[in-house]
Every structure is written in C-alpha cells, then in structure tokens.
Design a protein around this ligand. Structure first.
Ligand code: FAD
Length: 441
C-alpha cells in the first residue's frame, strides 16, 4: 500500500492560482494530475458524460518521454496503476510488403529498454484515461465548452448548459477540433491530409488462433504498392488489473466500447480517400466499413485479408487524418494550449499523446513555479509556449513525413525504401542503430 503523496506547501501569502482545463483527454487530465500533485488548484471540464460514451478503446503507444511525463504528473501509486495496466511488450517490429514478404524485422529489445520509468509502453486508451481521472475531485463531466471571455484579470469559460466557471488561466486541452483554439487563434489551421483510415480490433480470445503468428507478436507496418498503408499492433492485456476503474460511476457500458480487459490485435488501414472506394466520410455502419476495408486489401496476402475480415464489427471505425501547421508566436496571456488543440498530427509516428503529455508536464512546471511566486506567471507560460512550438511542430512534421512514406509514397520512393529496409535487415549494426533511433520516439 502506497502512502499518500504529500502535497507541497508554498507561500500562503501569494494569491492562489486557479486553472481551468478544457478537455479531459490525455493532456488535460495529466496536467490536472500534475497541478494537483503540486497543490495548485485546477478544474477539468469534459464534454463527455462518461468514459464509455464513444469507442476509444485502441491502444496508445507511450514513449519513454511520455512515460517520464506521466511519472512526474501522477502520484506514485497512480503511476504504478498505469504501469501495471500496460500491455505486455511485443516481441518484434516488422516491416513487410503487402504480399507479406519480410523487409526488416527488429527485435523489440533493439527498440525498447527495461527502465522502470522511461520505457516504451502500450496502454489501452480507456484504461489510461481511467487512471488519469482517478482521484481528481474537481472533474466535471458533461460540460461542453462554448466560449471564454476575459474580465477584470480573470478568465471565464462558458458551457452549453448555460453554466460558467472562472479562473486565472484557461488551458485548451480540447483536442484537434478545439473550440478554444478557434476563438483564441482563429487562423491556426487544422489541415485535412486527404487520407482516411479504417481501424478495427481482432480479439485474441475469439479469433486469435486464425491470425498469422507474425501478426500477433508485436507491431507491423506495410506501405503497399497500391498506395495503402497498414499498421498492426498487439495489445496483450494483463488481465488481472485490466479492469481497473470498471466500476467508475457512469461507465455501465461493456463489450467492445468499454474494452480494456481482453487482448487484441488492432489494425489501421490508411489511404487517400479515393482509394477507399465507396467510403463516405460520414459512414459509420460497421458492415460498410468492413466491406470497404476488405475490398481495399483484396489483392494483398491472404493473412492480411484474414486480419481485416476477422475484426469484431463493433470495433470498426473510420476517421480523417488531420495535421496542423506551425503557428506564429502569439502574445502570452491567460489562455494557453496543450496537445492536439494546438498541434494535431497524423498518428503515423504514434507520438501525439506523448507530445500532449510533454506539454502537460512542462506547463505544470511553469504554473507551479508561478503559483509559488518563483516566476512571473506570464513569463513562465511564455517560456512553455516557445519551447512547445519548437518540439511539437517538429513532431507534427515527422508524423506527416511518416504518413507520406506509408501512404501513396510513389513507386520510386517505395522501391528505395524497400531496398533500404532489406539492406538494413542484413546488417546487424545498422539494425541496432535503426532500433535505437526508433526507440527514441
Ligand atoms: C487511431 C489513432 C491512434 C493513435 N495512436 C497514438 C499512439 O499510439 N501514441 C500517441 O502518442 N498518440 C497516438 N494518437 C494521437 C493521440 O490520440 C492524440 O494526439 C492525443 O489523444 C491528444 O491528446 P489531447 O489531450 O490533446 O486530446 P484528446 O485526447 O483528443 O482529448 C481532448 C478532450 O477534449 C474533449 N473536448 C473536446 N471538445 C470539448 C469541448 N468543447 N468542451 C469540453 N471538452 C471537449 C474531448 O471529449 C476529449 O476528451 C493516435 C491517434 C489516433 C487517431
């Protein structure tokens, strides 16, 4: 049993700082946890009424940097809960052709390490949110932010139910469609890449035996000659702790939507929209999504066709892949932004959530320093914003390049890429170098 983490005290004479966090996703919740841990008052406003209001059960890759950020924001026992509910590490990372010819196979040990804190992890998104929501008393579900206003040195958030909340700082953590960003930085673009993805899960207890072993031992990436990219990842759940928080009030849902107790292989099939023939942007009917995905891989190796066909229909979803463009510095004030609200990126590097966590930990440090009177509030926020624009938009660029390499790369680029992968596969030193480079993300 862990002792409760001691809340640190700071100058009682300093005016208390109250932070409004709009959005209870990965970034907003980590920020709230970090502030709580340091004794700074923060309230989170999340539009969803419960954790299970929508399908969001896919696994999320947490990098060493993301793990470090979580370790700093969470109390030790919550970090421990996060750690225990992560999936077991996979054994390999494979690059293959659409005909399932191996190009490059990296042993997982080349990419990750066994550092107790800063290592690669794979966690169910819903489980991560359960851990991040735990013990946050000032968390308001079912609160949809509409607009903010600044008045008398305070910032006021208005919600669609007519209520409002007042604080010193308002943090936009409301994801890629951020309403806060639309008001605060109306010119900051959210760009549709023209690429769409269909995702699904194959539960190992139902259909696992019918999956090719190479598709259930870690991760796999395919950049197909037909312009389609496929990402496959194992989420090997540690069952005993997977049910953490399952009794959280309001989360009565079960099955695939509220899924964090069954191991699965997830896949994401991405292509320019016109290649996903028959896919309407508003289509959510699983039968239709499944049919489009199966048609798209009709010419692929049978094991890939099986992977797509075996997905549990209730887990199929589609989404448009969006990215953002660097934003010029803005005058620092009472409104700031973290995560996808300011730097949405394609999921092709699996680092968007990690960037949101990095933002959360850095903004926590800035606000804590200001709350303690160690630093001017706006200097501290401004320094966070300067650094964030640099590292986060670098990640945006890298994620876009990764998408362009996987989807519609062009015959020449693909041929070179495949030659390079095959060459690296034969050279152990180069393989180790590539593994350690990938391990840095
Ligand atoms: C298929 C897919 C796979 C991915 N895999 C990975 C991965 O493996 N690793 C990784 O690092 N990243 C991954 N990402 C990216 C990652 O999911 C995002 O970058 C990350 O969730 C961003 O966190 P956030 O807190 O900024 O936003 P979000 O997690 O999107 O949270 C925003 C929150 O704000 C709430 N909200 C929105 N509008 C309002 C409003 N008006 N009022 C109140 N609340 C509101 C939303 O309901 C939501 O809860 C993936 C993305 C996708 C699409």
């Amino acid at each position: 049993m862990n002792a409760p983490y001691p809340v640190r005290n700071f100058d009682a004479a300093a005016p208390p700082l109250h932070v409004l966090v709009i959005g209870g996703g990965v970034g907003g919740l980590a920020l709230a946890q970090g502030l709580k841990r340091e004794g700074v008052s923060a309230a989170v406003y999340e539009r969803e009424r419960s954790l299970a209001s929508r399908l969001q059960g896919y696994r999320v890759h947490i990098s060493p940097g993301g793990s470090r950020a979580l370790h700093e924001c969470l109390t030790p026992h919550l970090f421990d809960a996060f750690d225990r509910t992560c999936g077991k590490p996979g054994r390999s990372f494979r690059f293959m052709t659409e005909q399932m010819k191996p190009l490059l196979t990296l042993d997982a040990s080349m990419i990750s390490n066994d550092d107790p804190i800063a290592r690669h992890r794979s966690v169910s998104r819903i489980t991560l949110r359960q851990v991040l929501m735990a013990e946050l008393a000032d968390l308001h579900l079912g609160k949809t932010f509409v607009r903010y206003e600044e008045r008398d040195g305070r910032v006021i958030a208005h919600f669609d139910d007519g209520s409002s909340a007042e604080g010193d700082i308002l943090v936009a953590a409301d994801g890629s469609g951020s309403r806060v960003r639309r008001q605060f930085l109306p010119d900051a673009p959210l760009i549709d890449t023209g690429v769409a993805a269909i995702s699904g899960k194959v539960f190992l207890d139902e259909a696992g035996e019918r999956l090719a072993p190479r598709l259930r031992d870690g991760m796999c990436l395919v950049a197909g000659r037909d312009g389609t990219g496929l990402f496959v990842a194992l989420q090997d759940v540690v069952a005993a702790d997977g049910a953490i928080g399952a009794n959280e009030p309001g989360t009565e849902a079960s099955g695939a939507v509220f899924e964090n107790t069954r191991s699965y292989v997830m896949w994401g099939l991405g292509a320019k929209r016109d290649r996903l023939v028959g896919l309407d942007a508003n289509e959510h009917d699983p039968a239709k999504l499944g049919a489009v995905a199966q048609r798209t891989v009709a010419g692929w190796a049978p094991a890939f066709r099986d992977l797509i066909a075996l997905a549990d229909p209730t887990t199929l979803s589609q989404f448009s892949i969006r990215t953002s463009a660097p934003v010029a510095p803005w005058p620092t004030g009472r409104v700031t932004l973290i995560g996808d609200a300011i730097h949405a990126m394609t999921p092709y590097r699996g680092i968007g959530a990690n960037m949101a966590l990095e933002d959360a930990v850095r903004l926590t440090r800035a606000l804590v320093a200001a709350a303690r009177g160690e630093r001017d509030l706006f200097d501290a926020i401004g320094a966070y914003e300067d650094a964030m624009r640099d590292y986060a938009f670098r990640a945006v660029r890298n994620s876009l390049n990764a998408m362009n390499g996987a989807v519609d790369a062009g015959a020449m680029r693909l041929t070179l890429q495949r030659l390079m992968f095959r060459a690296i596969d034969r050279l152990p030193a180069l393989k180790r170098w590539m593994g350690s480079r990938m391990g840095r993300d």
